[in-house]
Design a binder for this molecule. Structure first.
Ligand SMILES: Cc1cc2nc3c(=O)[nH]c(=O)nc-3n(C[C@H](O)[C@H](O)[C@H](O)COP(=O)(O)OP(=O)(O)OC[C@H]3O[C@@H](n4cnc5c(N)ncnc54)[C@H](O)[C@@H]3O)c2cc1C
Length: 505
């Protein structure tokens, strides 16, 4: 189950565009997927334009400058962890020279309402790491041993080539029932993993969660090792990335939403357009989130109602759903909670609170503030938000009864809330049980006859295990590779997690 190298399919082609050959590429979306594609193409001599709708790069990882308590903080869209199998990102991190902006972070801590606290840290070669972790669990019961061994076989024999056909049509809940998964195992091991898909357990297809378990835990004895940024992600990642792109001649435009695409000719090539201004590009990479991609195609289909290629793409996209909305609230307090609480805590049973991060323990600027003031900065991730339309200023009151269950000490009289900042989003794709077979891949537009448009983003299907940020950057690289192939420029190699569980050895 070592990672797999995907070599260029055209290894004898030149590594950059030949002199005198000029190619314009439009990349729509300046999140991880779009920037990953931009980096590869700009390095290979392409004339790259990135258009990002928001005023800053980063997408779901962007940092917003917030003035609070007389200081400016760069507040990330939410805490992010980078895992061992994030090979594409590691390569990018190395090439941008930003490794020093990351630190390894140890064990994963979990708190539950109905179970004892868990600390998970994979140690030792597979399967000893899994066995050791389960045996160490305070929730493990000897009577469950046979069920656990039986369920472990699923993970040991994970097969990415067939998992979506076999389990893509049933939900996670149905799968746990059919397979007789012990409730504590589902609740304490699988549900926390499930929650970070931002999907509901009653909807999410079982294949996706089996893939997550393989990718983040059982597929590799180091899979659960993670690193986190030491500073905000704009400083750590996006500013250096933008500088590199610009040094390669790429144009990076923010506050520049692309409304629709145009078909330049009958042979179905597309050219991206901005409102009011048309210009044509040799290639377009659509690296926006699913909701934005659907909007762009709705606009486009209104302009080209009879274009069969357009209708083909549009039909597929319209069937895909979005996951429920989420919120992230970062709160500045005058005091700190007990040092016995882990800096990063997963709390998937305390809906809607899924994760709590004490920022003053992990991030430079927050730590400096806390050392000066004695205060703390704590971030609460609220997934599958089910409280309707709540104003930012009312979010704390909505969730504080649940916060009180986890940290009662925050609610004593002299523990004061000094300020807060709320991020909200509805930009995660749903992975429901009935629709997995139609999830597009990067090259889906070519199946509809549109050959110079590729998709990139974390909502796509990949032929190798991947998720979230690594799916974003790796699909960006696949999209770039499609462009390179069509122009006879050598593709960029890729390293991906193995498709097979360790049982296949
Ligand atoms: C709170 C939170 C915590 C998370 N934690 C983790 C984690 O710990 N580990 C992990 O791996 N992942 C995590 N994720 C997921 C991760 O952030 C995403 O998977 C990843 O950032 C997706 O990147 P992307 O490029 O595919 O999409 P996005 O980041 O959504 O980028 C798409 C970009 O397209 C732009 N755009 C949209 N419409 C247009 C338009 N019309 N014209 C031009 N631009 C447009 C958007 O503004 C956006 O910048 C987390 C996400 C959130 C919200």
């Amino acid at each position: 189950n070592d990672p797999v190298h995907i070599d260029p399919v055209n290894p004898t082609d030149p590594i950059v565009l030949p002199p005198g050959v000029h190619r314009d590429v439009l990349i729509i979306g300046g999140g991880l997927a779009g920037l990953s594609a931009a980096l590869e193409l700009a390095e290979r001599g392409y004339n790259v334009t990135v258009k990002e709708a928001s005023p800053m790069l980063g997408g779901r990882l962007k940092s917003t400058e917030v003035d609070i308590l007389g200081e400016t903080f760069r507040v990330d869209h939410g805490f992010h962890a980078w895992f061992y199998n994030y090979y594409t990102f590691k390569d990018i991190r190395h090439r941008l020279g930003i490794n020093d902006n990351f630190q390894r972070w140890g064990a994963n801590h979990f708190r539950f309402r109905n179970y004892k606290d868990e600390v998970m840290e994979s140690k030792g070669p597979y399967p000893l790491n899994v066995i050791a972790t389960l045996l160490k669990s305070p929730n493990f019961k000897v009577s469950d041993i046979f069920d656990i061994v039986r369920i472990s076989v699923f993970f040991a024999y994970y097969n990415h080539d067939t998992v979506y056909q076999r389990y893509g049509n049933i939900t996670f809940d149905e799968w746990t029932e059919i397979e007789g998964v012990p409730t504590w195992f589902a609740d304490t091991v699988l549900r926390p993993a499930l929650s970070v898909t931002f999907n509901e357990r009653t909807v999410l297809n079982a294949a996706e969660i089996l893939m997550y378990s393989h990718f983040y835990f059982t597929g590799d004895s180091k899979a659960d090792q993670r690193s986190i940024a030491t500073v905000d992600h704009r400083t750590a990642v996006f500013d250096p990335w933008e500088r590199r792109l610009k040094s390669l001649g790429a144009k990076v435009e923010t506050s520049a939403p692309v409304s629709d695409l145009r078909f330049a000719s009958k042979d179905s090539l597309v050219s991206g357009v901005l409102p009011g201004a048309q210009r044509s590009y040799d290639h377009v990479i659509l690296a926006a989130d699913l909701s934005a991609v659907k909007t762009i195609f709705t606009e486009t289909s209104q302009k080209f109602p009879r274009n069969e290629h357009m209708a083909c793409i549009q039909n597929r996209l319209q069937q895909l759903h979005m996951a429920p909305s989420y919120k992230v609230i970062r709160v500045w307090f005058n005091k700190q909670i007990s040092p016995s609480h882990p800096a990063i805590l997963q709390t998937s049973e305390y809906h809607p609170i899924n994760l709590v991060v004490q920022y003053h323990l992990i991030e430079k600027k927050s730590r400096e503030w806390s050392l000066r003031t004695g205060g703390s900065i704590i971030e609460f991730h609220l997934y599958a938000w089910s409280y309707g339309d709540v104003k930012d200023e009312d979010v704390w009151d909505t969730v504080s009864p649940t916060v009180r269950e986890i940290y009662p000490e925050i609610f004593v009289e002299d523990f004061k809330r000094l300020g807060q900042f709320v991020h909200s989003g509805t930009n995660f794709a749903s992975f429901p049980s009935s629709l997995e077979h139609i999830r597009p891949t990067v090259t889906f537009p070519s199946e509809c006859g549109v050959t110079n448009l590729n998709f990139a983003g974390d909502w796509l299907h990949t032929d190798y295990p991947s998720a979230l940020m690594e799916r974003a950057v790796s699909t960006g690289r696949i999209a770039a590779n499609q462009v390179l192939l069509s122009d006879h420029v050598r593709q960029v190699p890729m390293l991906v997690a193995s498709n097979y569980g360790p049982g296949y050895i």
